[in-house]
Structure formats: C-alpha cells, structure tokens
Design a protein around this ligand. Sequence first.
Ligand SMILES: [Zn+2]
Length: 490
Amino acid sequence: MMKYATIHADDAAIPGLIAVIEERRGWWSRLGTDLFLCVANDGWPGLARALQDAGHVLGVQGSVRQGALWLVVQKGRAFQREHPRARVLLDKGRYLVAELTKAQAERMAARGEGCFQVMALPRNAAVFQTHAPRRARAMPPAAPALVAGVQDEVFRQAITHLVSYRTRHSTSADYAQAAAWAQAQFQALGLAARTVPITVGGGTSANVIATKPGLGPDAGQVLVVGHLDSVNHPGGPDAPAPGADDNASGSAGVLTLAAAAAAHDFAHDLTFILFGGEEQGLHGSTQYVAGLEGEARARIRAVLNMDMIGSVNAQPPAVLLEGAALSQPLIDRLAEAAGAFTDLDVQVSLQPFGSDHMPFLDAGIPAVLTIEGTDGANDAIHTANDLLDRIDMGYALQILRMNAGWLAQEAGLAEPALPRPDAPAAGCGNAGPAAFDQAVLAAQNQLAGHYQALLAQYARLDRDGLLAPGDLVERQSLWALCDHLRSDCG
Ligand SMILES: [Zn+2]
C-alpha cells in the first residue's frame, strides 16, 4: 500500500509544494488548483510533517494499492454512471483520479466507448492547470469590433431552435432537418454553405460546411467547428435527445461566430463546420480530415472546436482549453483573448480527449477544444434532461467573446477602412455616403468592444474585492456610454 493525499493550492504555492514533495521522495499530479500526491508508507510521516511545517493544509488522505492509480477523462458523469462502485480519490468533473486494478483499467481502456478514457495518472506533471485571467499583450486593433459583434440574441435564438428538435441523433430524420436549417442559416449570412453526406455505422448523416474566402495573398484557412448531433444513451436512438449543452451550445456558438464574422474581411479563409456522427465516434470530423488532400491539409492554420460551452461547472467560472503540444500557440492566444474580453479563469490541459479536435490533432493539425471549465460536471448530458435550464447564456457568451478575440488574431481580421465623409466616391456610382455610414458603424462596434473589454476588467476587480468607490462611478458611466452605443454591451 501507499499513502495519498490532496492539497488545495494556487499557482503561487505550487513550486514550493512540489519541492517539499519531491525532496521527501513523493510524487505528484496536478489537477487544476489541487495537487494529488503519493508516497511510500514509510515516507509518509516525514512528508506529512514537512508539509505541515511549510504551512500546507492537507485535504483528503488515505491508502491506496500500489500501481492502482489511474486518470479518468470523462464526458459529463459517464464513468461514474457506468461504474458507480469504482473508488474515486479525487473528483474534478471531467478528470478523476480513480483506484482500479490493472486488469480493470486495461479492460476499460480497450473498450474505447468514447464517453470516458482510462489512462496512466501522469507523475510529476499536470493533468490540467488553472490560471486566473491574464492581461492580453496585444490584440489586433480591430478585434474588439468582432468581439462586440457576438450577439446574445443570435446565440439565444440558435440554441433555442436546436433544442426544439425532438432529437438530433446523427442518423435520424430530425438531424437531417436540423442540418438543412443550419445550412440555411449560413446562407442567410451570405456564406457559401453545403451539406456533405457521411456514413455513421450502417446509416448516413451529414456535415454542414460554410466558407468565407480570405483576402490575403497567401490565404491559409482557419476552421471553427462543433458537432450538431445529440444522443440519449439510456433511452437509445429513438428517445428524446435535446442536447442543449452537448452540443446545441457549441453549434449555436459556431453560428454566432459566423454571424459576427460575416460583416468583416479576413486575410485567411474561414471555414465553419457542424459535424454529424460525433457521438457515435467522431465520424464526421474523421471523414472530413481523411478527405483533405495534402495541400488543403497544409493550408489549415488552426482548428477551434466548441463542445459544451453552456454549463457553469467551476467557481469562479472557468473555460477549459484542451489540446496537444502542437496546440500550445493556439492555447496561449486563447488565454490572452480570455484575459482581454472575459473575466473567466482559464484551465489548460494537454490530455486531449473525446471530441472533434482529435482527428485533426492525430493528423498533425493544430486544434484546440474550448469547453466549459471543470470542477464539477453537467450530469444531464447524453440524457433527456440536457435542456436549456442547464445553460447559462451569459457564460456561453463569454466563451464566445474569447473565441471571437482569438479568431480576429488567428484569421487576420482586417481593420475597417475609414473613408472621409467628404471624399469623392470611389469608382463609379455614388458609394461615398453609404461607405461612410458603414465605417461609422464599424468604428462604433470597435468602441463598444473596447468598452466591453474594460467592463470585463472591472468585473474581475469586483470579484476580487478590489473595486474602490471611484471605480464604481467610472464603471457606472462606462455602462451608460455602452448603453448608448449598443444594447448588449457588458
Ligand atoms: Zn459533445
């Protein structure tokens, strides 16, 4: 047997804590703001004393069999629902430290059902890290205009519509209807959109793909994706599967970002994709990646996946950025955008699992999943109870603002040209005044975006109890200015 313990620790305390553990021949695994530590029985008294002397407070502690520690990554509560008697030593929602025999773990890992994954618990490494929001270095000057174009109403209408289908099971007639609706939504934004059939087991489903060409000389491609299908595991294929969080939230997110981007020019091509067959094993994204020619594959600069962005599972609210080592630059820029445009904590994991970013990562294409932060989990997913009451619209919009700020940078958002009001109309016709009105609107959007970023900073100060009376007055007047510009500011 060995001893294990958990310790709650913030960023600043972690290095000192790790030094004490390693000095005493223990090992650790970091899960957000918790360290899981382990040591041989005879090393325990010395380590426990050293930790207490250094002022650390031990959380849960106990004994565990040698070689029986495993990391579980799960969707919702899939693992705990299927294995209610398994001993969970640390529960961080999407991530669990569980005690399993090697045979149990291997059996579970081999089954590969796609709803959870069992793997070795990383030693002296992080499963995921949590950071308080960081200040952004530099965003493109036009980024706030794109962020301000993320409209509450667009998201709300899209998610409400998607949940209104009885099911969006990949091979159902309802799915085909939802896909046709989504295609029409893209087309109404002026984007070229098509529905591409895919196979799912013995049946058929579809991906919906919309494109917006970039204006740059060597345009690459940036993909914004999410899965449109839903599932009801206990009820089977014919049971109601509203899939509000999983994944009407991400699908509505893709449509909302498309709507925000439609009014702008970018250097790179934008491709928006709603995949089918995700819940049956990532079929839509796997077939999409398999169908890419070498050149098309090489043009992809980045893939942003949204899967479950509506349920608040951590306090303070956080967003989880999940990718592989090759996703790190994307993750860094997303974290910066979160700092600039939201008051969310940022969690980062390089243990990617279980969604449409995987086939891209497997093909060596930089991809990242943006998903609701973890500590708890939304236990309603994959059931008839995954309804809108689980969705916090304001929270989802924060994730979308982060993603819009990121997209502005990654896809090379062009700054709007500002023609002078008295300038003669360019070319033929009388385009001058209309172009001027458009430029004013763009400038107003940009200003509203800056206000929004400032309000996010105020919200963060407020949360940390750092708002002085003078700040409150400034915040009030900022709100008033914002109201004046846009109804949805802040
Ligand atoms: Zn999902």
